[in-house]
Design a binder for this molecule. Structure first.
Ligand SMILES: *Cc1c(COP(=O)(O)O)cnc(C)c1O
Length: 392
């Protein structure tokens, strides 16, 4: 199996002259991934992708995504601004989040975003009020909590009744009636998002069934057919095998919705994939500082830490690690960072090519929720993000 990073000798040689740690984004793989998504969405009438910007906001990455014709799903005013700066048309931006500040609502209205995904009645009232004061009409979708679980880590399920997100399914008639009576609100859609790193299509079938039930019920109760259904994101990637499966199974994902979700004539179906778009194209490149033989274990101490990639510490996440500059026989190590926290561990009892000081290591599949979650804890500088265009 070809290693997409390690076998690119020219690239690895270039890496040697860049200060570590840093993120590297393979924009050729990103473009292929975007094309694979388009090939599938083009097969179905009314399907449209809004990339979930929170996964990665590196400007070059955003610029490839907007050039591919995708919209953007934002969860903060800062993300809206980053998307506008990267060239996304405001009319292609949607805005979700349980706690939108007034200035963020104003920014969205001023820019003229496509719609707000509203998560509560108090939020709806404030958007109506702010839109009124700006003499504008806000397009709103309601984020609905479908009470559908996802077979994923407890910290990344979002669609259960116990989660803070969305409005209960039972309350929809009341909320839609409220919106219909508001002067500065235009009700345009229903929004859902059940979690992240979902690989079992059954979860998306369950979501489709809930949406079908809700649409049937709303129609029976005399409500208008909504313009857009938005099913959020959540499709997972193969963290264990980034070289075998660099591009997620988008066909299975979109075909699941095509088969199970009953769209009404003229209705648009919006998707908000984040991880599946960018995870596999990104790697965190780090240097081995020391190999330390402790009583019971051998440690590879690298110059990247949980401040650069927090997923292992936060979610117990697995990232494949390659030693890019050694082909020596494999040895077993704990790969750890320099941060003063015991959870600053990338992998335990991990087999990689025998490693020495100065070797370059790659933490693979780090394009999503990697660089953007970096912090400056321990007064560290934020990692930079480079693409092939920057380096070669
Ligand atoms: C995070 C998020 C997404 C993207 O999730 P992925 O698992 O990265 O695809 C989509 N929609 C909303 C509302 C989100 O909060």
């Amino acid at each position: 199996m070809k290693n997409l990073l390690k076998d690119n000798k020219v690239l690895v040689e270039k890496f040697r002259s860049i200060r570590t740690p840093f993120y590297y984004y393979d924009t050729e793989l990103l473009d292929k991934t975007l094309q694979a998504i388009k090939n599938e969405t083009d097969k179905h009438q009314g399907y449209h992708m809004h990339y979930a910007v929170k996964a990665c906001t590196t400007p070059k990455v955003l610029s490839h995504i907007t050039k591919a014709g995708f919209g953007a799903d934002c969860v903060s005013g800062g993300e809206i601004q980053a998307c506008l700066d990267a060239g996304f048309p405001a009319s292609e931006i949607v805005f979700a989040g349980v706690g939108k500040s007034d200035w963020e609502i104003e920014l969205g209205l001023k820019a003229g975003i496509q719609y707000f995904n509203v998560e509560s009645i108090p939020e709806l009232e404030i958007i109506n009020e702010i839109a009124g004061s700006m003499q504008k009409v806000a397009n709103v979708s309601f984020r609905i909590n479908p009470n559908v679980g996802a077979d994923t880590h407890a910290n990344i399920t979002t669609g259960l009744a116990e989660n803070k997100f969305g409005i209960a399914m039972e309350d929809m008639e009341k909320v839609i009636s409220l919106a219909n009576d508001m002067k500065n609100i235009e009700f345009v859609g229903l929004h859902f998002h059940i979690g992240s790193q979902i690989l079992e299509m059954d979860n998306f079938v369950a979501l489709s069934n809930r949406i079908n039930e809700l649409q049937d019920r709303l129609e029976r109760n005399g409500f208008q057919t909504v313009k857009n259904i938005n099913v959020g994101g959540g499709l997972g990637v193969d963290y264990a095998n980034p070289d075998e499966n660099p591009i997620p199974d988008f066909k299975a994902y979109f075909d699941t919705y095509a088969k199970h979700l009953k769209l009404r004539p003229g209705q648009q179906l919006h998707f908000e994939l984040g991880r599946a778009v960018v995870a596999q194209c990104g790697s965190l490149i780090t240097k081995c500082l020391y190999v330390k033989q402790a009583t019971a274990k051998k440690f590879v101490i690298v110059d990247a830490g949980m401040t650069d990639l927090i997923r292992p510490a936060l979610y117990d996440a697995y990232h494949k690690i390659d030693n890019l500059t050694s082909n020596a026989q494999e040895d077993v190590y704990d790969v750890v960072g320099p941060i003063c926290e015991s959870s600053d561990v990338f992998a335990k009892d991990y087999s990689i090519n025998a490693t020495k000081r100065g070797d370059l290591l790659a933490l693979r599949s780090a394009g999503a929720y990697g660089e953007i979650m970096a912090s400056q804890y321990n007064c560290r500088s934020l990692p930079k993000g480079y693409t092939a265009e920057d380096i070669i």
